[in-house]
Design a protein around this ligand. Sequence first.
Ligand code: NI
Length: 268
Amino acid sequence: MHSDIQSLFSNLWDNYKAVTPSAQEIHCILGGTQGHKIINDHIALRTFNLEKVNLDKLAAHFLALGYTEGGDYNFEAKKLYAKHYEHPDPAAPKVFISELLVEKFSPELQAVVRDIVDQVDPDAVTADNFLYSGTHWKVDYATYKALLAESEYAAWVAAWGYRANHFTVNVNQLEQFDSVEAINEVLKENGYNVNTSGGEVKGSPADMLEQSSTMADRADARFADQTVSIPSCFYEFAKRYPTADGSLYTGFVAASADKIFESTDARM
Ligand code: NI
């Protein structure tokens, strides 16, 4: 387990940007020439709901750092369950962890996922670096394609393993932009693809959360038999609105997150 939040997120960021070069570029664009600091609203992590590597196993790394459980979320169509975690220090990024409900899929998908998870050393799951340790298994490209046909999420985890699926710019804290729409415009002017599933801006002030994201970069994934360029990770933008007591909303909106998941889907 990590002893401090900063070193955990710094390692997660380095690992993430290695396969998401656009995040570093956009980070610079949004910071402008003044080099204003970009604050991270949250990261997201993905896993399977099998005991050895389930959501709780990932969450343990954050609970050990003083995080507590926030809301939970169901994604019926994608067969996912998620929880978010937050820290008493509002400057610490929130964490959104989802898990694939493996038993709801075909026997073929279940067999592949069980085989993948069987290859994980249980000690690796509690190691300091687990959340940015990538894959712990060998999968060939045909198996990835078979997973992709049934669940884009399952295929992504099989290819990339444990790493931040996205980082998220805290729009409230930006100095040069004050809306998700304005960021989307700058992204498009600079040639980036914005996720349009459910509209470019997901959520509304009434939901107390507006979000958008890029479509994932592509990066080389090493399969057992070959290396192939596939969708890797994406960058997200979140603007939060005050709740009745005046403090900013800290939760997530399931309908919006449902569309954000599709940012890694090359089939879209
Ligand atoms: Ni997110």
